[in-house]
Design a protein around this ligand. Structure first.
Ligand SMILES: *Cc1c(COP(=O)(O)O)cnc(C)c1O
Length: 371
């Protein structure tokens, strides 16, 4: 195997893998499983500082984004899509699929969404049912200030949908304090489970908006209302992936026990950025660096694929390139969740140092953490 230092999926703790292998009952018929599911959802909500209900859906992270849009959008609804990254822009496609009218607010892909220009835009036009924003836009590693963006949108009566799939648990998320109506998460980023689950956290106001629709939700699997009263009725809309949820529970317990998780992510991320820039490499984004992923530009005279291939063949470390407008331009190092240790990053930086030198890149200083 190789060390998977990618920005999702991440490596998985042994106790999470073991939890996924225990014997299971029938999740549809066993009343205890309904308690287990609900307790796991409540544990997750608590870690995100909210009393809002969370649901675990059987499907990868993208399902959560689609479910949020499917459940809120009625034909003709205007939706504000904050677009300063690949995932940010991607929300427009979901809005169109469900008959909404996406209005893109597009800004530079290397900078965070700035608050004052957004406020000026909203002064002119704030007739939106909801807005979408990505917390950490993983292809660029940039972290939007949702703590300021979401309350601003709410001032104008706009519901907020936040994709924090790759942001949460490496960066602070406070759902209630920041007025997030639907928060989307995924199992395979800083939660450090294998790929397969998505989590949505839904405010009462968002539920009201779904209940008050004039038209039905044009989906079954992506319909968040089908979970209504599942606990009281002891009825799930489809059979739950019980082993995945056992693993998720263990991963969330690990996070709960980890009292310095956010501080560690902040420190590892800062030292990674310092090491890269000290050696003469440049970071892709100009501001708003996420604590979960660091993205640097490919130096001249070498290709991303040559770097990635050498790292994997000679050092058994996998990093990631990027896609869309960043394809071939950058390399991404994922230091989130179970990946986020000093040892993992030292080993990764050392291997990257050797690889770049071998490929003829001159570094100003060795790639390593300093104190
Ligand atoms: C990983 C990720 C998702 C989930 O989608 P993938 O299929 O794993 O790409 C959604 N949003 C963001 C910002 C992500 O980083």
């Amino acid at each position: 195997m190789y060390k998977m230092m990618t920005p999702g999926p991440t490596m998985v703790a042994e106790n999470v893998r073991m939890a996924r292998s225990v014997e299971t009952g029938n999740p549809d018929l066993d009343p205890d499983f309904y308690d287990f599911y609900k307790d796991t959802c409540e544990l997750y909500s608590g870690l995100l500082h909210t009393k809002n209900e969370s649901l675990i859906l059987s499907g990868e992270g993208i399902l959560g984004l689609e479910a949020a849009v499917a459940s809120l959008t009625e034909p003709g609804d205007r939706v504000l899509v904050l677009d300063n990254g690949v995932f940010g822009k991607g929300f427009a496609d979901f809005v169109r699929i469900y008959g909404g009218e996406p209005v893109l607010y597009t800004t530079d892909y290397k900078s965070v969404i700035a608050i004052e220009p957004l406020r000026a835009f909203l002064e002119q036009d704030s007739d939106f049912k909801y807005a979408t924003v990505v917390h950490c836009d993983t292809p660029s590693g940039m972290l939007n200030p949702i703590a300021d963006i979401c309350p601003l949108l709410k001032e104008y009566g706009i519901l907020t949908v936040v994709d924090s799939v790759s942001g949460m648990f490496g960066n602070a998320v406070n759902v209630d304090a920041w007025n997030i109506d639907i928060l989307c998460g995924g199992s395979q980023k800083a939660i450090s489970c294998p790929i397969g689950l998505t989590l949505v956290t839904i405010s009462e106001e968002a539920k009201q908006a779904m209940e008050n629709r004039k038209t039905g939700i044009a989906s079954f699997y992506a319909n968040l209302l089908i979970f209504k009263d599942y606990y009281e009725k002891k009825w799930f809309p489809y059979s739950m992936p019980v082993s995945d949820i056992y693993g998720l529970r263990q991963a969330l317990e690990n996070i709960k026990e980890d009292k310095t998780i956010l501080e560690r992510h902040a420190e590892i991320a800062r030292r990674t950025r310092e090491a890269l820039t000290r050696s003469g490499l440049s970071l892709y984004a100009e501001n708003g660096y996420s604590n979960t992923v660091t993205v640097f530009s490919i130096p001249g005279g070498v290709t991303a694929s040559a770097i990635l291939q050498t790292l994997q063949e000679e050092y058994h470390i996998m990093l990631a390139g990027s896609f869309d407008v960043m394809a071939g331009e950058v390399i991404r190092i994922g230091h989130m969740g179970y990946n986020c240790t000093e040892e993992n990053m030292q080993e990764t930086l050392h291997a990257l140092d050797r690889t770049l030198r071998k490929l003829g890149v001159e570094l100003k200083a060795p790639l390593e953490f300093s104190r």
